[in-house]
Design a protein around this ligand. Structure first.
Ligand code: SF4
Length: 273
């Protein structure tokens, strides 16, 4: 694995006005630029933030230092103007490995508990989120933790997102968040090849589930995903037949037998505040 290049920089702003897929949110909040989970399908690979950088996506991370005071000021200002609903994070994982040492997300969360926004969605695939349960709990019903779990097959996880946390750790994290009465959802986003047992597993967990695929969720009807050569990656691993919009409809039929329909959300609607 290439050594991670970690740099530090004071950002010019933290709360970015939200639009597009983040409809319903006033702002996105990214504690880092870059993400060492390096998911093969990550749409941020094709955004200017990556295209104009040296080094492959996943090999560099820029830490937004001196962020807490900046967020405090921006939050006060924005709350005077509008309802503040924050999506953390849209183009990084706030609990990627660098966070264990840098603790930027934790500092930002602390500010958010002192002056709570109307809503905060924490989007992650990392069990490191458990470290911050003490702070997340303070936000009570103003927060939801969305944990990505795109498959139940560890072999698929290793083939498509080899640097992301193992599925068992995410399952455990979901259970612990539940035990602390923290609102949780499982983001099967994008739906990856999986075992026939996956819908039943989601039913056993009993949380709200958001399901998405490359064709609905990449913001371009699947074109971005093609550019990322995901079809080729699927063929290389023998998953060719899984690269189809029909997989989502089949999965939803199975899921509805296991999870109440009112707890199933599709694509963007599942991420709404
Ligand atoms: S965790 Fe999210 S931001 Fe990070 S590489 Fe994966 S999809 Fe991209």
């Amino acid at each position: 694995m290439t050594k991670l290049n970690v740099t530090h920089k004071k950002p010019s702003r933290l709360l970015t006005p939200a639009s597009g897929f983040l409809k319903g949110y006033s702002h996105s909040l990214n504690p880092y630029i870059g993400c060492s989970f390096a998911c093969s399908y990550c749409y941020v690979r094709q955004m200017p933030v990556n295209l104009f950088r040296e080094g492959e996506w996943g090999t560099w991370v820029e830490v937004k230092e001196e962020s807490a005071e900046m967020l405090r000021k921006e939050l006060t200002r924005e709350k005077k103007k509008q309802n503040v609903r924050i999506f953390m994070s849209s183009s990084t994982d706030p609990y990627q490995p660098a966070e264990a040492r840098e603790r930027i997300t934790r500092m930002l969360l602390r500010v958010l508990t002192e002056d709570p926004p109307d809503f905060l969605l924490i989007q992650t695939r990392s069990p490191l989120v458990l470290r911050d349960i003490d702070l997340i709990k303070k936000l009570e019903n103003r927060v939801r933790v969305s944990v990505s779990m795109e498959t139940d097959e560890e072999s698929v996880r290793k083939a498509i997102t080899p640097q992301a946390p193992p599925i068992s750790g995410r399952l455990k994290a979901i259970q612990i968040l539940q035990q602390h009465n923290i609102p949780v959802q499982i983001a099967v986003s994008p739906l990856l090849p999986h075992s026939p047992r996956f819908p039943a597993l989601l039913g056993e967990i009993g949380e709200r589930v958001v399901v998405d695929d490359y064709f609905l969720g990449d913001g371009s009807g699947g074109r971005r995903t093609k550019k990322l050569k995901i079809p080729e990656l699927y063929h290389k691993h023998g998953y060719g037949e899984w690269y189809s919009p029909e997989c989502l409809s089949h999965f939803l039929k199975q899921l509805e037998k296991q999870v109440k329909k009112s707890r199933i959300f599709i694509s963007q609607e599942g991420f709404l505040p």
